[in-house]
Write a protein that binds this ligand. Sequence first.
Ligand code: TXA
Ligand code: MG
Length: 328
Amino acid sequence: MPATPTSTEIARAAAILRAGGLVAFPTETVYGLGADASNPAAVAKIFAAKGRPQDHPLIVHLAGVEWLPQWAREIPPAAHKLAAAFWPGPLTLILKRAAFVPDCVTGGQDSVGLRIPGHPVALELLRAFAGEAGGRRFSGVAAPSANKFGRISPTSAEHVRAELGASLDAVLDGGECEVGIESTIVDLSRGRAVLLRPGQLTAAQIAAVLGIEVEAPDAAAPRAPGALESHYAPRTPLHLVPAAELTARLAALRGKKIAVLARAEAPSGLKDIHWQAAPRAVAEYAHELYASLRRLDDLACDAILVEAPPDIPGWQGVNDRLRRAASN
Ligand code: TXA
Ligand code: MG
């Protein structure tokens, strides 16, 4: 068990952020790579550390809804409803940006992604960071997932240190992330609700609060480049295999070194196959998913076969990440 960061460590991390440094911190979804969102030089360090294309917008993390008007110039009633229902929590809202928001944060778009994360360490860090000093206002921490561009998001501080350690000024260790996959992203910047990225929080839960349908992205929706194919990918080729075809696929790959991630029990008599059991329930499955994929990737197998989970709404976030991991 990692020790929870002390208030002194969190205050020091907040001071690093105010001074333009990079701090990795835990959220309930995945670890974030944070910088002062109002400081373009600090934000540039995020892109450099991740190797991320410059036009990819970042999510701005806030300590509370009182900071929303600083970042968004229009806050529709739907945003207030979703904020009340799900924040702090695994939800990102896309709203019309305030004029001052740096282009490097929005990817040059007219919108900004905002989220109040549901993790005590993240919230304490954001509260310690927010305020005024030296004639400047601090409140938003821009933070993408703390992984190299295109790779699997980190769900523990060890993942972060292993991948980005050298480029960070501090890492706050808050243990394993509870949710395990990135936040659900809903665009509210155009007078409707559009699901840009599925997550643990489902479209049905959001629609129930709003009383309107949550739509799929259309051609005019804001770009969400995290929704690129071949994202969240291990280095080992990953194949998503329907449960009924798993045995036949394994037989066809005999002689190769194969890892399997499956909710089904391992058949007996398998040789040279590393079988990783996955939880039956979606919450536990998502919680363990990225750590399992990293572990299986480290075995340097010829392929990772993942038994396809059920294709039902509650699994949309997990299925989305697996589909992307398989598209490499
Ligand atoms: O759970 C999460 O959301 C984590 C934690 C750290 O909060 N963060 C995360 O950030 O997943 P990142 O950068 O890996 O993914 C952010 C996603 C990208 O798909 C990006 O395109 C989208 O948010 N995004 C951010 N601002 C946007 C905007 N203004 N319009 C459309 N999409 C936006
Ligand atoms: Mg990411």
